[in-house]
Design a protein around this ligand. Structure first.
Ligand code: ATP
Length: 318
């Protein structure tokens, strides 16, 4: 199943799981709409041919959903009965930490084998250097910021560009460095608004006529992106400020080659773990090797931002 927010590359992961099952001659059932479909017994038998021509498609052919009912004991009981009825012996969940939390709880209650594949654009899961969808979202954001830069420099404007990331600044920091942003505001660090004003003033003094500030959705400045823009306009009237919110476009589109390869590798590993009788593991990438780690750690581990990259970003705005 795919669960929680959709991410580009989820289809490539589904394809990989299905084909690995076919390779090992075990049957594979797709569950529509995440835990919601599990409770509704919305299942489909998947064969190697069911997943033709989906590796390049964004979104998820199995659909995704958020299920309130699965958060209840009664909902999970129905889910278990549906799985038993279908003779399903293991569950692979492609999703984020919420989806993994549900899977762990389900395993605790019914001793049902579960394996997680990290699929979220936010890259905020402990135990893997990359989640499926992150690389594509990053490239989408950089491409969009490049386009905004064209108009920013034509009109000598300052643009605040909001990218996704309520709790994690991976997209903002990496897309910001990749697109040459003047300042980057992320949820993990509150560097203060004075610093941003200073940096913008300095840019003007040193002859920069346009600038881009990348802001993660959940940045800690205490102001939303419009309030930030207003704050700068009030304090630096020489700037002509605009706001652009990239929004859901960051979730869509054809997955990058990196995400397709990652999804293919993680899908195979997840099936092999289940066949080895393993449970409560998440597959992931570490030093470009496919690994498995405790799914509990994945949920509880949190994430940290790359300080070296923050430093590089600072130096680049000199
Ligand atoms: P994303 O990171 O993209 O938001 P996610 O997997 O974290 O993805 P959530 O909406 O947090 O997305 O979780 C997906 C689903 O997992 C929820 O709708 C719910 O059905 C289930 N779930 C989450 N937390 C729990 C929990 N504590 N108990 C039972 N089920 C849960």
């Amino acid at each position: 199943m795919t669960s929680g927010g959709d991410a580009p590359g989820m289809n490539a992961a589904i394809r990989s799981v299905v084909r690995a099952c076919a390779y090992y001659r075990v049957s594979c059932v797709g569950i529509y709409r995440g835990y919601e479909g599990l409770i509704d017994a919305d299942f489909i038998e998947l064969t190697a041919r069911s997943v033709n021509n989906i590796i390049n498609k964004g979104g998820t052919i199995l659909k995704s959903a958020r299920s309130k009912e699965f958060r209840t004991k009664e909902g999970r009981k129905i889910a278990f009965e549906n799985l038993k009825e279908q003779n399903i012996e293991g569950l692979i969940v492609i999703g984020g930490d919420g989806s993994f939390t549900g899977a762990v709880l389900f395993n605790e209650e019914y001793n049902f084998p579960v394996i997680g594949i990290p699929g979220t654009i936010d890259n905020d899961i402990f135990g893997t250097s990359h989640t499926i969808g992150y690389d594509t979202a990053l490239n989408t954001a950089v491409e969009a910021i490049d386009k905004i830069r064209d108009t920013a420099s034509s009109h000598n404007r300052l643009f605040f560009v909001e990218v996704m990331g309520r709790d994690a600044g991976f997209i903002a920091l990496n897309a910001g460095v990749g697109a040459g942003a003047e300042e980057i505001l992320i949820p993990e660090e509150n560097l203060g608004l004075d610093r941003m004003l200073e940096s913008l003033k300095k840019s003007r003094r040193t002859g920069k006529s346009s600038s881009i500030v990348v802001v993660a959705e959940g940045d800690k400045s205490g102001k939303n992106v419009y309030e930030l823009a207003k704050y700068v306009e009030e304090n630096l009237p020489e700037y002509d400020v605009r706001v652009s919110i990239l929004g859901h476009m960051q979730r869509g589109g054809s997955p990058s080659c990196f995400d397709r390869v990652l999804a293919s590798r993680l899908g195979v590993k997840s099936v092999e773990l289940l066949l080895d009788g393993k449970t409560n593991l998440m597959v992931g990438l570490k030093d470009n090797e496919v690994i498995s780690s405790s799914i509990l750690e994945a949920i509880k581990g949190g994430h940290s931002i790359n300080h070296e990259l923050l430093r590089v970003s600072d130096i680049m705005t000199t």
